[in-house]
Design a protein around this ligand. Structure first.
Ligand code: TRP
Length: 351
């Protein structure tokens, strides 16, 4: 689904968007359970920054979802602050988007409760993420873990959002959200639009891991992932450790995956002439990967360090963070209250 193409057509058929002047609603969430990395930056945050210019955006830190896997809350506050700070440092503007914390919106809990009555045990047990997490934490298969997709649906439809920018791993949750919406609307009357994954299409860039195995990710091999919080020395160390070989010996040798990955990383942060230099050196079988990685390391440092420093400054400004969270929660609450008014009416919970 290409949102922008389908957008005008949807305006005609979507009863929730009444006029051209009303912007479509975008909603997404991120769990505060790890350090943000370059994959998050290019895969999500950078695109959110574009969305906030065109849509009414709700971006949320999913602290309640974190409790399903991380019941120990000692580090939660710091983690919530860090995620917020890193998002702002990456360009999310709290004046444009509603940037808020999930647990500040009590209406979420109410909608989650109602939706739980429309969610079936069978479908929840079949969810891939539930099965994966149950396997990882066999001693804590709590009901919150089971109903994780119900809470996520509540987050989204609380704002009657239509577009949800998320990665592939979240598509099943979105499909479940649509099913809950269909059931609700069918039983109680049309209140919610069906939320859809917002696809970035061309804009979705791959950020390969430095060990040549898959993408950068939150939990896997930390030495192969560049975090927005990594200091300059750590960035250099990680880049210099990336896998290479002795280089091609014959012209027209296709690049092995792990070499292609280094070029791909360069394409994200290096200047075109530097990239061209190494492309030509490769073709001529004169490439020196040590030099190439030094170049990449310096370009990564130039790219990441301003974000890291900005995030650090924001993280230390607790007053500002509180202000941002309060302002975000105010915006989110306003939209949540309007929705819950409709929900209670539709359900007949008005006496
Ligand atoms: N489940 C999402 C994840 O693991 C986080 C999330 C929570 C979310 N609520 C959401 C994403 C609402 C999109 C919309 O990444």
């Amino acid at each position: 689904m290409q949102p922008l193409e389908g957008f005008s057509a949807r305006l005609l058929i979507n009863p929730y968007i009444c006029s051209m002047s009303e912007k479509a609603i975008v909603m997404s969430g991120i769990r505060p359970t790890g350090f943000l990395h370059l994959g998050n930056y290019f895969g999500a945050m950078r695109n959110y920054v574009k969305l906030q210019e065109e849509y009414t955006c709700f971006f949320m830190v999913a602290d309640l979802h974190a409790l399903t896997t991380h019941p120990d809350t000692r580090e939660l506050k710091e983690n919530v602050h860090r995620v917020l700070a890193e998002n702002i440092a990456s360009g999310i503007d709290p004046e444009k988007a509603a940037l808020y914390c999930q647990s500040h919106i009590k209406e979420t809990a109410e909608l989650y409760l109602y939706l739980n009555m429309l969610a079936y045990l069978g479908e929840l047990e079949k969810t891939t993420t539930f099965k994966d997490k149950a396997r990882l934490q066999p001693d804590n298969i709590n009901a919150g873990l089971l109903t994780y997709p119900v809470l996520q649906a509540a987050d989204i439809i609380l704002h009657r959002a239509t577009w949800v920018p998320v990665g592939k791993d979240q598509e099943q949750h979105l499909e479940m959200s649509r099913n809950f919406v269909k059931r609700f609307n069918h039983r109680y009357g049309e209140v919610f639009p069906e939320p859809m994954a917002y696809n970035f299409g061309e804009d979705l860039v791959k950020v390969p891991s430095l060990d040549g195995a898959g993408k950068m990710s939150k939990s896997e091999n930390q030495m192969a992932t560049l975090y927005l919080a990594d200091d300059d020395e750590m960035i250099r160390k990680k880049v210099m450790k990336a896998k290479t070989d002795a280089g091609p010996t014959e012209p027209n040798t296709p690049k092995p995956d792990y070499i292609q990955n280094i070029f791909q990383l360069m394409s994200l942060v290096s200047k075109p002439d530097a990239i061209q230099f190494y492309e030509e050196a490769y073709v001529k079988c004169q490439i020196r990967y040590g030099d190439m990685k030094k170049q990449l390391a310096e370009d990564m440092v130039s790219f990441i360090s301003p974000i890291r420093e900005k995030a650090e400054a924001i993280r230390n400004d607790k007053k500002y963070l509180t202000q941002v969270m309060e302002a975000g929660a105010d915006k989110a609450r306003e939209s949540a209250r309007a929705t819950m008014e409709k929900v209670r009416q539709a359900m007949g919970l008005v006496y």
